[in-house]
Ligand binder design. Structure first.
Ligand SMILES: Nc1ncnc2c1ncn2[C@@H]1O[C@H](COP(=O)(O)OP(=O)(O)OP(=O)(O)O)[C@@H](O)[C@H]1O
Length: 254
């Protein structure tokens, strides 16, 4: 069974169709790169899949739970949104104690795991013991990432996870994503940084104007949109989401 499955998943805001009839299947233990231009509907999709926004119609299951059932989702999923929810007055450790408490994690083991991840991401212990209000953007991002994966969820949604990270931390984060998937976690990764997707994604979906215009393994998409030359995922992305003649290459997974 796929870790994420959507059928006709749709969200409308007034006259704006943010996401239109999305049919998606993401394999368990894979990294799925979710791409699309600004305003394509990526965040709206993630909000529906994490139970934060109710679909206008259609349905979705995530880690076996209905995506409208927040109580069932909570222990199974993690979410790093574009603007991470952090308490400025707390220290990183307090923030993560709170997150661990929400998920009934053993406090000591949660601290240990957080400490290990902070080490990997080069967030010094003395910084983690200081108030989040004084953190740089990259430091906040590190804490938010750790918060999203602390409980070892079955499915983790990452919205621009490398945002604000320096090159070393961004590389570590890419490694952590691959390790998550190797350990069986399904990673739903939305980013505009296409080389990251190229490096880590097993499959890619490209959203354009709320619609899925392509889905498949990165290499397969590159072949499908090809004209003979070696093409980057960026070329494919620009072709599919640019001045698309209405005969866009037929998407779907065949
Ligand atoms: N709460 C809302 N109310 C009204 N319209 C919304 C709301 N949230 C999103 N939209 C609209 O839905 C569409 C999709 O937005 P969304 O934020 O999902 O795009 P995105 O692909 O995540 O974009 P970006 O790459 O810029 O983050 C846009 O037209 C946006 O204006």
């Amino acid at each position: 069974m796929p870790a994420i499955e959507t059928t006709d998943l749709t969200k409308q805001y007034g006259d704006t169709v943010a996401v239109a009839d999305l049919d998606l299947a993401v394999e368990s233990g894979s990294v799925f790169g979710f791409l699309g231009p600004n305003g394509a509907g990526k965040s709206t999709t993630m909000r529906m899949l994490t139970g934060l926004v109710r679909p206008t119609r259609g349905r979705a299951t995530v880690a076996g739970a209905d995506a409208t059932d927040r109580d069932a989702l909570r222990p199974r999923i993690g979410y790093l949104p574009e603007t991470p929810p952090l308490y400025d007055h707390a220290t990183a450790y307090e923030q993560l104690d709170y997150a661990a408490g929400l998920r009934d994690l053993d406090p000591e083991r949660a601290r240990e795991r957080a400490g290990d991840l902070f080490d990997r991401l080069d967030l010094p212990a003395e910084v983690a013991a200081g108030r989040i209000a004084d953190y740089s953007k990259g430091m906040r991002q590190k804490v938010a990432y750790v918060q999203a994966v602390l409980h070892q969820p079955e499915v983790v949604f990452l919205d621009e996870p490398t945002s604000g990270l320096d090159p070393r931390a961004a590389r570590t984060l890419r490694e952590l994503i691959v390790e998550l998937a190797d350990g069986g976690t399904t990673v739903f990764l939305s980013t505009h940084i296409l080389p990251v997707v190229e490096a880590v994604a097993d499959a890619v979906g490209i959203l354009y104007d709320g619609e899925l215009v392509a889905e498949g393994a990165p290499a397969e998409l590159q072949r499908r949109a090809e004209t003979g030359e070696a093409r980057s995922l960026e070329d494919v992305f620009l072709e599919l989401t640019g001045e698309r003649a209405d005969a866009a290459p037929s998407e779907g997974d065949g």
